[in-house]
Design a protein around this ligand. Structure first.
Ligand SMILES: Cc1cc2nc3c(=O)[nH]c(=O)nc-3n(C[C@H](O)[C@H](O)[C@H](O)COP(=O)(O)O)c2cc1C
Length: 378
């Protein structure tokens, strides 16, 4: 029976455990490049014992960023910073993963701590946002959306393929396409954002065409031996939006198109959600279990699985294959070591590099002297 600390094999890649640092946008790039900050953040989580480490969503075009301070991969000059990030993750014993995305109608934002408002197209840090249809998101996303032409959709697919080539050159070994959270892929899938009357809109099958073509474009350049996964907006929590049954059907189609793992997340295509269980622990686990059971595809989920016992149970009961941690990975760089102690692992410090774990394992000292509270308090 697997547990949180069992290795996980997907295609030609082996993770040392089932704990993933989920992608998180950090607003620390200049001209889309990654630097020392990203090496520090990702390196520390890899050194903290995570098995798979994602930097933030990496934009495939300049207008695919959340804001001008976000990272990108539309230009060869961005490969160098990404290479440093992938290298430190690998050096610390984890597998480097990359999430490629385009924010669509949710782009052109200021930093959250500056107000988290959308910037107008004529602002020096703003741009004209694009989406499947000219439907403004609403709420804090106030500016008109321009509907993409079919040629622009094909350009996006080419940009995905170019980005995948650069990601491979930078040394990433796991590629996820970000089609959740109200960004471009999520909005093509959702009737709330997509009201096209061509072959990219209307029926569920048409609304998935964007995803299938993007997946095919990336698969053509991304080696078969390396995992290709997708974060899908699987539920809009809105009567007229994406329903979870739609996502189950879609993932079956995408599996036939070469998808290796489903990372189930939320649609977030509207603020007018009803019944979204944001305060429930691990609320995507049962949904993940259904996809895994019905489609036979490996599954990862995030959203509040940060209590070690919950995360471990989801793996032991074979409901999901991977636990993605967002906020807990920010809060505690050593979450895997902490979880191992809480779960009674016989050698928690074996999860981190020998450069310092050798000292901790051979000279543990009296209980509490290493700065860890006694285990078993959760
Ligand atoms: C600061 C921050 C930035 C995020 N940026 C991204 C992102 O770039 N891509 C993405 O797919 N999800 C992003 N997310 C969502 C997380 O990856 C994760 O799915 C979510 O926080 C739920 O997991 P949690 O309950 O463990 O935090 C972000 C979350 C946070 C807190």
């Amino acid at each position: 029976m697997p547990d949180l600390f069992s290795p996980f094999v997907l295609k030609g890649v082996t993770l040392r455990n089932r704990i993933v640092m989920s992608p998180m946008t950090m607003y620390r790039s200049v001209d889309g490049r990654m630097g020392d900050f990203h090496v520090m953040l990702m390196g520390s989580r890899a050194a903290g014992g995570f098995g798979l480490v994602f930097p933030e969503q990496i934009a495939i075009t300049p207008d695919g960023r959340t804001g001008t301070h976000c990272a990108g991969i539309w230009d060869d000059s961005q490969i160098e910073g990404l290479t440093r990030v992938a290298a430190i993750i690998r050096d610390m014993g984890a597998v480097p993963a990359i999430q490629l995305g385009h924010t669509g109608r949710k782009g052109s934002e200021m930093k959250p701590w500056d107000g988290k408002l959308q910037l107008p197209p004529d602002h020096p840090d703003g741009w004209q946002v694009r989406g499947p249809s000219a439907i403004t998101y609403g709420g804090r996303y106030t500016y008109p959306v321009r509907a993409m032409t079919v040629e622009e959709i094909h350009d996006i697919h080419r940009a995905y393929a170019d980005a995948a080539r650069r990601a491979l050159a930078a040394g990433f070994e796991w590629l996820e396409m970000h089609f959740a959270h109200g960004y471009l892929g999520a909005s093509f899938f959702s009737p709330l954002a997509n009201q096209r009357d061509d072959s990219y809109g209307g029926s569920l099958e048409n609304r998935l065409r964007f995803h299938r073509e993007a997946l095919d474009a990336v698969r053509a350049v991304w080696p078969e031996r390396l995992p290709l996964t997708m974060r899908l907006g699987s539920d809009d929590f809105h009567a007229e939006g994406v329903q979870f049954d739609d996502a189950v059907w879609a993932l079956g189609e995408l599996k036939r198109h070469g998808l290796d793992l489903a990372d189930l997340s939320l649609g977030l295509n509207t603020d007018a959600m009803t019944g979204a269980p944001f305060n429930e622990m691990a609320f995507m686990v049962e949904r993940g279990a259904r996809v895994r059971r019905e489609l036979g595809i490996p599954v990862g989920v995030s959203w509040n699985p940060g209590i070690p016992q919950e995360a471990d149970r989801a793996i032991r009961e074979e409901k999901i294959d991977l636990v993605l941690l967002g906020r807990p990975a920010l809060a505690n760089p050593h979450w895997p070591v902490w979880a191992a102690r809480e779960l009674g692992h016989n050698d928690p410090f074996a999860l981190i590099p020998p450069d310092w774990s050798w000292w901790l394992r051979t000279r543990p000292g009296p209980e509490g002297s290493l700065g860890w509270p006694p285990a078993g308090k959760v």
